[in-house]
Design a protein around this ligand. Structure first.
Ligand SMILES: Nc1ncnc2c1ncn2[C@@H]1O[C@H](COP(=O)(O)OP(=O)(O)O)[C@@H](O)[C@H]1O
Ligand SMILES: O=C(CO)[C@H](O)[C@H](O)COP(=O)(O)O
Length: 387
């Protein structure tokens, strides 16, 4: 799969999809991307220095070295962290070390629009080791030789600059249109959910299950894959599991999901107990690179099978929220749901029964809506407050 080409083609086709008469009216643009999707490029030419390393890939070869420099149980102490991907690249490449630059997927997409290399945001930069509380990379990271590859970091929704001339001319946007720093997909989903009080949470049921709980306390514990993103003066505590919709899509089409779900009684507990991973390895609420998928025994009835999978994912979601409480986060009071799974009303009822708190579909279930709010914020801070 040529990920770089597909991401660029998708971005430019989205610009094409905007009706011509609306393009001059677009005031601000931002983007969200999958967290820890890592791109190593030549800082002079912008050329890729190898393939992207995706959000759920693990570079466990670098983990011992990363653990030797980072504080115990720090967020970077996970094989899938951005820092492990950088260190792994650094240890196997002799050339390009003077010019290598690390970008995250959202940073790189935004660079295609604004043309300024080496700018990220403190949500995407969290897993390479950036500390959003001190608004800097920590000394233990800056003292490493590969720290020269790190991007500069700003808050999400910070204006970077106008669109590049060629984009302006090719698509007919206004020269006043501003491009703003982005965020990760599950932070964008939280922003789209518009939850504002500690104890409110957003579970993203996309290809993966990502949890974001608004908390007054910051929690970091790589033993369980738990970390905290900064949201202004509060913390979004949570993590991202490898279970989720991608497993469902391996077994059922979206149409089958809809038809089979209609036959599920969400008030009846399923006796089936699965751990629906796509492949070996789990990030959260158990950080175990060797955990195996568990999707058997498969009953004859597809309705019972789907019910068992949906309920098993709900149990893992409940385990995750209980873990966050046990680690000191503000206890969850209400969960809003984002992502493709949010359309499944039966699943929402199953999750409400298993979690024991109100669960509903978020007003906006697309993470891109959260990125649009960041663009609005970057266009004029007081306008976000009034929205
Ligand atoms: N009716 C449904 N019930 C449960 N899951 C669904 C349903 N329809 C789609 N999905 C799941 O939603 C996922 C896609 O959601 P989406 O948020 O677009 O994912 P991502 O952005 O992570 O790729 C698919 O993996 C699919 O299995
Ligand atoms: O699973 C993922 C992709 O869908 C990402 O890991 C997800 O973005 C969670 O990371 P973060 O909490 O940093 O946003």
């Amino acid at each position: 799969m040529d990920w770089v080409r597909s991401w660029k083609v998708t971005l430019l086709s989205l610009l094409e999809d905007i009706p011509l008469y609306l393009r001059p009216l677009i005031a601000s643009i931002s983007v969200d991307g999958t967290s820890a999707t890592t791109m190593l490029i030549d800082g002079n030419s912008g050329e890729m220095l190898g393939r992207p390393l995706l959000y759920n890939e693990s570079c466990a070869d670098a983990l011992p070295e990363v653990k030797s420099i980072a504080p115990e149980n720090h967020t970077v102490c996970s094989g899938s962290s951005t820092l492990c991907k950088l260190v792994s690249w650094w240890n196997v490449n002799d050339s390009n070390k003077q010019s290598v630059l690390l970008l995250h997927q959202a940073d790189w997409l935004l660079w295609l629009l604004h043309g300024k290399l080496g700018i990220s945001d403190y949500n995407n930069a969290l897993k390479v080791g950036y500390d959003p509380e001190i608004e800097s990379y920590p000394a233990w990271l800056l003292s490493q030789p590969y720290s020269r590859a790190l991007p500069s970091v700003t808050a999400p929704g910070t204006p970077i600059g106008p669109l590049k001339e060629d984009i302006l001319l090719q698509y007919g946007f206004s020269k006043d249109c501003v491009v703003c720093t982005g965020t990760t997909d599950s932070i964008a989903a939280f922003l789209a959910g518009r939850a504002t009080k500690p104890g409110k949470a957003v579970t993203s049921l996309g290809s993966t299950l990502a949890i974001k709980l608004l908390s007054t306390s910051r929690i970091e514990d790589a033993r369980y894959g738990v970390y905290s993103h900064r949201l202004d003066d509060k913390w979004l505590v949570g993590g991202a599991s490898n279970i989720g919709g991608a497993v469902l899509r391996q077994i059922f089409t979206d149409e089958q999901l809809e038809k089979l779900s209609e036959q599920i009684d969400p008030m009846v507990a399923s006796p089936l107990d699965y751990y629906p991973l796509q492949t070996t390895g789990e990030r959260f609420p158990v950080a175990d690179p060797n955990m195996e998928p568990k999707l058997h025994p498969r009953p004859k009835s597809d309705v019972e099978y789907l019910h068992g999978i949906l309920e098993s994912i709900a149990r893992i979601e409940a385990k995750a929220y209980n873990l966050l409480k046990d680690l000191g986060a503000t206890p969850v009071e209400e969960v809003f749901t984002a992502g493709g799974g949010a359309k499944n009303e039966k699943w929402i009822k199953i999750r409400e029964r298993v979690l024991g708190v109100p669960v509903s579909r978020a007003l906006q279930t697309e993470a891109a809506y959260g990125a649009a709010l960041l663009a609005l914020q970057g266009w004029g801070k007081d306008t976000v407050a009034s929205v």
